[in-house]
Design a protein around this ligand. Structure first.
Ligand code: NAX
Length: 326
């Protein structure tokens, strides 16, 4: 039998946590044959919600779910962790200054990085969902010097999935017809959804759409989709965020097959993105590790947009450095 994997979910008492946990327990995170031991990390105010979710997980009688433990102790939560889903964070509130936002998250992700460094399994994989996700991943990795930097990633798969879905709808094809799409940069409104290497049933997408549609409709629609969801639903994306979380980890562990997807990973300097920044790239998962897809040509239209989003990441890194958070 396959050995059970320890999966830690932070912010497990929150909205995305609730949408995630049952799907993890059903085998959609790692595969239908992989037993799971769940650890739910919350802050004291969130413990009741996480305890409630744990009771409901119990009631699901999931064949793969071996145990569920709820704790507010990061050291306990990350002891032996194979997959860490870092969902709980301090997202930007109205009128919040960037320094306050980054400092609040430094207090969350610094200690979680140290706990991962101290106790994680050798094969640990970390996905940061909580915003500002890229820079939170950078902070976490900085506090876990014994874990390879490539194991710390941030989620742009929701942006990727949104872009695939928008493009498929525009071209009136199934999402399975689309390949070769990339989200570059930061998981923020500055992100750049790039279709210049994308194909629809093997045909170049760029032959079917105009630059003005890209610049005026597609790119802003994808980049601002989170705000659109809030406007319509009255609350931020939850089900789609949980779904993208599963997609990211499933592909990381099980491979991407022939195509590629998007994930924010530590830059090795590819495409002029400063080394060490956690930035979104076109990636393939090979042998259980993300590999940046190299050698794609980038024209002026793309270059300017990638540079703008990367510049925002550089600013965030400088700000957390100045605050002593990395
Ligand atoms: P909720 O506010 O419903 O849940 C967050 C939970 O985290 C709360 O229960 C809170 O008690 C807990 N928490 C806070 N600090 C913690 C800590 N130090 N340790 C453990 N738990 C802690 O938010 P939810 O809707 O679930 O969203 C969670 C995060 O995902 C937010 O930061 C949000 O901005 C981010 N998102 C990221 C997306 C992405 O694509 N990367 C998309 C969806 C989402 O907006």
């Amino acid at each position: 039998p396959t050995e059970a994997r320890n999966v830690t979910v932070t912010g497990a008492g929150g909205q995305i946590g609730y949408a995630l946990l049952f799907r993890i327990a059903s085998g959609q995170l790692l595969g239908a044959d992989v037993p799971i031991k769940l650890r739910l990390l919350e802050i004291p105010q969130g413990l009741n919600a996480a305890e409630g979710a744990a009771l409901e997980l119990h009631d699901g009688a999931f064949p793969l779910l071996q145990s569920v433990e709820v704790t507010d102790d990061a050291t306990r939560a990350f002891d032996g962790v194979n997959v860490g889903l870092l969902v709980g964070s301090r997202p930007r509130g109205p009128g919040m200054e960037r320094a306050d936002l980054l400092e609040a998250n430094g207090r969350i992700f610094g200690p979680q990085g140290r706990a991962i460094n101290a106790g994680a399994a050798d094969d640990v994989r970390v996905l940061v969902v909580g915003n500002p996700a890229n820079t939170n991943a950078l902070i976490t990795a900085a506090h876990a010097p014994d874990v390879p930097a490539e194991r710390f990633t941030a989620m742009t798969r929701l942006d990727h999935n949104r872009a695939v879905a928008q493009l498929a709808a525009h071209l009136a094809v199934p999402v399975t017809s689309i390949a070769g799409l990339t989200i570059w940069g930061n998981h923020s409104a500055s992100q750049y959804p790039d279709v210049f290497h994308a194909t629809v049933d093997g045909r170049p997408v760029i032959d079917l759409v105009g630059e003005s549609w890209l610049a005026e409709t597609f790119i802003p629609r994808v980049a601002n989709r989170g705000s659109e969801i809030i406007r319509v639903r009255g609350a931020s994306s939850v089900g789609s965020a949980a779904s993208a979380t599963l997609d990211h980890v499933f592909d990381w562990v099980n491979g991407t097959g022939s195509g590629w997807t998007s994930a924010a990973v530590a830059s090795d300097g590819s495409y002029g993105v400063p080394a060490g920044l956690v930035s979104s790239f076109p990636v393939r998962s090979v042998g259980g590790a993300w590999r940046i897809v190299e050698g794609l040509e980038m024209g002026a239209f793309s270059r300017a947009r990638v540079d703008a989003s990367v510049a925002e990441l550089v600013e965030e890194r400088e700000a957390v450095r100045a605050l002593g958070l990395i």
